[in-house]
Design a protein around this ligand. Structure first.
Ligand code: NAD
Ligand code: 0WE
Length: 256
C-alpha cells in the first residue's frame, strides 16, 4: 500500500510541468493521495487544468492569488465542501519584483520588500491558519525554501530575506500547531530549471557551480524533490517538524 493512501492534499504553486509543486504533486499522487490545486490567475488556469486532468476528470481546481484574503478564504470554503477535511498542504510560491533580484540588496525599495515578504512568507501563515481547522486527524504542511535564506547568494537579495522569514515562520507555525499533530517543514531545494529561475542572469553558471562544488557533483532532479515531499508528508516523518531539509546534493555542508 502506498504511503499516502487515503490522504487529502491541497497544492499551491503549480505554474507548469517544470514547477517544483508539480514534481511533489505527482509524487504525492503516485503515493496514493487525492489532490486539489490552486492556480495564480487566468494566465495559468489552462496549464494547471491540463496537468491536473492527468489525475482524473473531477480534480478540484481553484483560483488563488495569495495576496488576497478573500481568494484564500474561498479556497478553503471549497476544499471543506469537497473534501470535508485535509491532511496535506504544499506551499510552493515565491515572488519578488524582478528589479529587486539584481544589483545590491541595500537598494531594495520598501514596496519590493513588502511584496516579496507578502507573497513568499506571509502567505504560508495565512494558508496554514485556514488549513489547520480542516486537519482534524493531524496534518503535514511543506514549504519550499532556498539556501539564500541562510547565506548570501549574489542577486537573490530580498528573496533571501523573505526565505529567512519563511523558514522562521515554519518554526513558529510548527510550535503553534504541534499539539494538533500538524507538522510544518521546509524543503530547501538546490537550483532547479523552472519558470521562476528562467531569465535569472547567471542561472546556468549557478547549475554548473553546484555540479562542481556539491559533494554529489551533480544537480537535483524533480523526482528527488518529490520523494522527499512524500517522506515528509508520510507517517515516517511523524516526529519531524519545524525543520529545513536540504535537498541540494549536499551543497549546504560545504564551507569552501
Ligand atoms: P514556478 O514558477 O514553477 O512556481 C512559482 C509559483 O509561485 C508559480 O506557480 C506562481 O503562480 C506562484 N505565485 C507567485 N506569486 C503568486 C501569488 N501572488 N499568488 C499565488 N501564486 C503565486 O517556480 P518554482 O521554481 O517551482 O518555485 C516554487 C518554489 O520553489 C518557490 O517558493 C521558490 O522560491 C522555490 N525554490 C525554487 C528553486 C529553483 O531554483 N527553481 C530553488 C529553491 C526553492
Ligand atoms: O526562489 C527562487 C526564485 C523566485 C523568484 C523568481 C522570480 C523571477 C521572475 C521570485 N521572484 C521572481 N520575480 C520575477 O520577476 N529561486 C530559488 C531561484 C533563484 O532565483 C535567483 C537565484 C535562484 C537560485 C535569483 C538570483 C540569484 C539566484
Amino acid at each position: 500500500m502506498a504511503t499516502l493512501e487515503g490522504k487529502l492534499g491541497l497544492v499551491f504553486g503549480v505554474a507548469n510541468k517544470r514547477s517544483i509543486a508539480w514534481a511533489i504533486a505527482q509524487a504525492w499522487h503516485e503515493a496514493g493521495a487525492t489532490l486539489a490545486f490552486t492556480y495564480q490567475g487566468d494566465r495559468l488556469k489552462r496549464n494547471v487544468e491540463q496537468l491536473a486532468a492527468t489525475f482524473g476528470d473531477d480534480v478540484l481546481l481553484l483560483p488563488c492569488d495569495v495576496t488576497s484574503d478573500e481568494d484564500i478564504a474561498e479556497v478553503f470554503t471549497q476544499v471543506k465542501a469537497k473534501f470535508g477535511k485535509l491532511n496535506l498542504l504544499l506551499h510552493s510560491i515565491a515572488f519578488a519584483p524582478r528589479q529587486a533580484l539584481e544589483g545590491n540588496f541595500v537598494d531594495t525599495d520598501r514596496e519590493s520588500f513588502r511584496v516579496a515578504h507578502d507573497v513568499s512568507a506571509y502567505s504560508l501563515v495565512a494558508v496554514t491558519r485556514e488549513a489547520a481547522p480542516l486537519m482534524t486527524d493531524g496534518g503535514g504542511i511543506i514549504a519550499i525554501s532556498y539556501y539564500g535564506a541562510a547565506k548570501v547568494v549574489p542577486n537573490y537579495n530580498v528573496m533571501g530575506v523573505a526565505k529567512a522569514a519563511l523558514e522562521a515562520s515554519t518554526r513558529y507555525l510548527a510550535a503553534d500547531l504541534g499539539p494538533q499533530k500538524i507538522r510544518v517543514n521546509c524543503i530547501s531545494a538546490g537550483p532547479m530549471n523552472t519558470l521562476a529561475a528562467r531569465g535569472i542572469s547567471g542561472f546556468t553558471s549557478m547549475l554548473k557551480h553546484y555540479e562542481k562544488h556539491a559533494p554529489l557533483k551533480r544537480n537535483v532532479n524533480p523526482a528527488e524533490l518529490g520523494a522527499t515531499g512524500v517522506f515528509l508528508a508520510s507517517d515516517g516523518a511523524a516526529a519531524i517538524t519545524g525543520q529545513v531539509i536540504y535537498v541540494d546534493s549536499g551543497y549546504q555542508i560545504m564551507g569552501m
